[in-house]
Design a protein around this ligand. Sequence first.
Ligand code: NAP
Length: 328
Amino acid sequence: MCVVITVLSCDLLFPTAMGIFSVLALPLLLLGISGIIYIYQSVRWLLSKSAVQNKVVVITDAISGLGKECSRVFHAGGARLVLCGRNWEKLEALYDALISVTDPSMTYAPKLILLDITDINCIRDVAKEILNCYGCVDVLINNASMKVKGAVQSISLELDKKIMDANYFGPITLTKAILPNMISRRTGQIVLINSIQGKIGIPFRAAYAASKHAAVGFFDCLRAEMEEFDISVSTVNPTFICSYHRQPAPGNWEASIWKFFFRKVSYGVHPVEVAEEVLATVSRKKQEVLMANPIPRAAVYIRTFFPELFFAIVASGIREKLKTEEEN
Ligand SMILES: NC(=O)c1ccc[n+]([C@@H]2O[C@H](COP(=O)([O-])OP(=O)(O)OC[C@H]3O[C@@H](n4cnc5c(N)ncnc54)[C@H](OP(=O)(O)O)[C@@H]3O)[C@@H](O)[C@H]2O)c1
């Protein structure tokens, strides 16, 4: 009798236990994977941070959207920052913001330097000022840049040249002025914040794309030349960097879930993500990073392997745009 009851209760309990297990299996698996990803990212973040501790890091246009985020992550990582920008009040505001949120015993107060990247004749003097801050530069982040949008015939040659100064001649002049210090110490890292537009030409951004193509060509050559001196050269090419106001408000769960699933496809990358990638690029001495969503990433490959298809898609996009404008 007892045996029969045991067998019956097993029959009843076993399918129930199996059912519960199969219902819980997927959430448990997802939880486990999320936990592993979280631990992996935390370890990566800690390693990246420790790699820049005490390093002298120079950031040009530290007051831009991305510059501010780079300043924040490198400052929190214990780097000795030299922040450059062309507006003293904004530099001071950034300084105040940085030191107000970090433990002064774990971080260095940043040094501030005025720099207008288009003022080529002054860059050598500014480079001396930068070197005087700590006597050396470990990492130079060429972030400063100017943007312009418009049809080729509507942009003056003067503006074309100004864009070339800001995005090509400025960064290379500063790099050339800092390089002898790195070469003599046989160490250093140079980072160029470039753009996906240094890889593909997008209509109505000819001057910007041309300057970014020129910069990437220069730094690709420099990378090979600097290898014998143990100086690494990295180019970071983000696609569209979304601005802060497009982010869902904190605490808005619906918006956050929406953001989690769709932001990467629709909005581009957030400056915080790019800044953390710049930190990882420096700590792991990555040579080239492309931060792009699936569509622009595919465009880069199509441009490389099927250029005619790429040109046809871009041309049809322009025809479509002009048609819509005419209809409106
Ligand atoms: N935003 C994007 O979608 C995107 C995409 C790919 C790559 N990037 C790259 O990311 C980097 C940072 O861009 P961002 O979007 O963060 O910049 P941003 O927030 O749009 O700010 C532009 C900055 O350029 C500064 N600037 C303009 N002319 C200058 C000059 N002559 N000298 C020095 N600074 C000057 C402005 O200073 P003022 O405020 O004083 O005018 C401002 O701080 C750039 O290299 C850019 O090419 C951006």
